[in-house]
Structure formats: structure tokens, C-alpha cells
Ligand binder design. Structure first.
Ligand SMILES: O=P(O)(O)O[C@H]1O[C@H](CO)[C@@H](O)[C@H]1O
Ligand SMILES: O=c1cc[nH]c(=O)[nH]1
Length: 241
């Protein structure tokens, strides 16, 4: 047990899906997992383990922002022997051609946060996805004929920013979308020698002032969940029986 997770060792599968919203974790457990058992209610950060296609998979909320993702992913990797975490979140699309409801698979994650400072590196770290997980997600999205983009996201500490131009500056660097957790996940995974992938659905276009309806979000979230579950059920092969 940790200060934030009451699960016992063994309660959590080797692969964990992490939406920001713990209620989305509950929805996934109730909709997609067989025999799902809740392993955490501390701080309302719900976590469940069940079976998907006969494979053991867990799903747990990460909360919003890098500190929250940093805590939960660190504990999953280091205290619960989790091997792979797949974030499933929402993002604001910023690159031209990125549309509402598109999937954005984060190959890399830029950030405006100081999270990497803790590693005392003699330069700048480039947080990246695990290629094996990314490759499988791309393959699944293609098979399902979904609209998806693969590239950089920016993980920001700021949702309500004072400076209007920040997002536009990231756009100039080819960044596809903005969200708030991926860079922390990728750095925590790298330091732990574990795997990570972030899949997001474009819920709004901040530079254009457009957003999806709650009904549309529900539908596209389901597509993202199915891609992540397909990746998870293959990722567990060989390291979770
Ligand atoms: O939908 P989730 O996964 O929470 O992701 C996005 O939504 C939240 C902001 O509304 C931030 O956590 C951001 O990363
Ligand atoms: O972090 C986020 C998530 C969705 N849309 C945004 O603009 N930012």
C-alpha cells in the first residue's frame, strides 16, 4: 500500500489504462472488463482490475496535471510492478488538419513544466512513447479505420493561461495537441525502465474556439478505449498470466 493507493501487491495487472478522470476508469471497468474488482478508492482515484479478451488489465484514474500523474504512475511502476501504462485522455488540437474527435497518439511530449529537473540531467530530456505500444496502437487504429495522427503533443502545467499566444508558439513547432499529463508519464516510465503510451481524443480546438458535445465525446472516447484495450491485451502477453 502507498499513501495514495490501498491496493495490495498483486491486485493490479501488469498493464494499466489511465484516464485523467476516475469516473472514466469506472465507466471502462463497467463497460469493457469482465469480473472487474475495485482496488482503490483513496481520494476517489478509482482503480479496477478485470479481464479483457481473457487478459488481466487494470484501469485507474491519474488525476489532472503532471504532479498527479507523476505520483500515481511512480507508485504503479515501483510499488506494484506494473510494466506498462497507457494514458487515455482528452486534448486540445492545435496543428492544422487535426480535427475534433481525431485520435492523437503521442510519439513525443514537449512540456513547459520543470518536472525533469529532478533527474539532474546535463541537457534536455526528450520524453517519448514506447515504440512497441505505439506501433500496436497505430496498427489497431488503422484496422478500425479511425482518424488518427501520430506526433508530438505539449504537456502543459497551465489550463487557464494568462498568455494567449503560448499554444500558437507550440503549433509553429509542429505540435499536434495540448494536454496535461503525458510528459510526466513518459519521464517516469523512462526512469523506471518501463513502458508508456499516451492516446488522446481531440475534445476541443482552442485556437479555433470549437469543442465537441458531451454525446460526441462519449462516442469517440469509446474508440480510444478500444484501441488502448487492444494494445493492453497484447502488451500483457508474456508478462501477465
Ligand atoms: O481528459 P483528461 O485525461 O483528464 O485530459 C485532459 O483534460 C484535463 C483538462 O480538462 C487534463 O487532465 C488534460 O490532460
Ligand atoms: O489540457 C487540455 C485538454 C483539452 N483541451 C485543452 O485545451 N487542454
Amino acid at each position: 500500500m502507498t499513501p495514495h493507493n490501498e491496493a495490495k501487491k498483486g491486485d493490479i495487472a501488469k498493464v494499466v489504462l489511465m484516464p485523467g478522470d476516475p469516473l472514466r476508469a469506472k465507466f471502462i471497468a463497467e463497460t469493457f472488463l469482465e469480473n472487474a474488482v475495485c482496488f482503490n478508492t483513496v481520494r476517489g482515484m478509482l482503480g479496477y482490475t478485470g479481464l479483457y479478451n481473457g487478459k488481466r488489465v487494470s484501469v485507474m484514474g491519474s488525476g489532472m496535471g503532471m504532479p498527479s500523474m507523476g505520483i500515481y504512475s511512480y507508485e504503479l511502476y515501483h510499488c506494484y510492478d506494473v510494466e506498462a501504462i497507457i494514458r487515455i485522455g482528452t486534448a486540445g488540437g492545435i496543428a492544422d488538419g487535426v480535427e475534433l474527435r481525431d485520435l492523437v497518439l503521442a510519439m513525443g511530449a514537449c512540456t513547459d513544466s520543470n518536472f525533469a529537473h529532478q533527474y539532474r540531467l546535463p541537457g534536455t530530456f526528450a520524453p517519448t512513447a514506447s515504440f512497441e505500444l505505439l506501433e500496436k496502437a497505430v496498427q489497431t487504429a488503422r484496422e478500425k479505420n479511425l482518424r488518427y495522427r501520430v506526433g508530438n503533443v505539449v504537456t502543459s502545467d497551465i489550463f487557464y493561461g494568462d498568455c494567449e499566444n503560448e499554444t500558437a508558439e507550440w503549433k509553429k513547432m509542429g505540435v499536434l495537441a495540448v494536454e496535461m499529463e503525458t510528459a510526466a508519464l513518459y519521464m517516469t516510465a523512462a526512469r523506471a525502465g518501463k513502458q508508456a503510451l499516451s492516446i488522446t481524443t481531440v475534445s476541443d480546438l482552442p485556437l479555433k474556439g470549437e469543442s465537441t458535445s458531451s454525446e460526441e465525446r462519449q462516442k469517440t472516447f469509446t474508440q480510444m478505449m478500444e484501441v488502448a484495450l487492444a494494445v493492453a491485451s497484447e502488451a500483457v502477453d508474456g508478462h501477465d498470466k
